[in-house]
Design a protein around this ligand. Sequence first.
Ligand code: AP5
Length: 211
Amino acid sequence: MLMGPPGSGKGTQAGRIAERYALPHISTGDALRAAVKAGTPLGQEVGAIVASGGLVEDALMTGIVRERLAAADARAGCILDGFPRTAAQAAALDSIVDPAALIVVHLTADDEEIVRRLGARRVCDACTLTQSVSPHTDPDREACPYCGGNLSRRADDHPETVRRRLQTYAAQAAPLIAFYRERPTFAAIDGLQRPDRVTADVCRHVDRWRA
Ligand code: AP5
């Protein structure tokens, strides 16, 4: 399970380690954005909350994750990205999976770097790859370097909303970290390192505890 502030690199690292361990990457943020884009009842319910940088209600999120973890492809394990986000979600997760089997990684990053990263983050509409655009080019005119598709800014990556997300995170982080900190399978990893170094640290921790 990967936790950490917005922009700390959870999605980037989750994608890499999911590939390495051949496990599904389960991102609650991606699931909510997909529901919003498809206009499902869930999407209609959560759209304004996600766009404003607030948190979707614990019971709703827990229900979504409980259902996803029951799927056949998650039986051998998975990479959880963005859940749990509150101590209440963490307690609920302990009732869904064996707490002893949970490997927890807290990615750390400071607010200044987060604001910089999220200001530069774009997602390709075509190939869906997340990437950082250079501050020296016009970010809204850049095409995806991988497929030529259109690069979009996430609705919640506008500076005002990033600030709100950081406040939301700060309000929940201390009790969530306290929930896991004493577990032997908890590790805090410096998310300010180069992405490859972060991946190496995460994998070292996972390899140590993986059954
Ligand atoms: P979610 O999608 O989970 O957003 P988040 O937690 O705010 O995290 P991000 O996706 O913004 O960042 P990330 O840590 O994945 O960083 P990334 O790898 O992209 O959730 C969105 C919303 O959904 C929430 O605000 C909430 O409303 C709702 N929600 C979701 N889960 C919920 C839950 N459990 N309960 C309630 N509500 C929930 O990297 C960011 C950028 O930095 C990228 O451009 C990347 O290329 C770059 N980068 C990554 N690593 C590095 C590095 N090491 N060095 C330099 N650049 C890097």
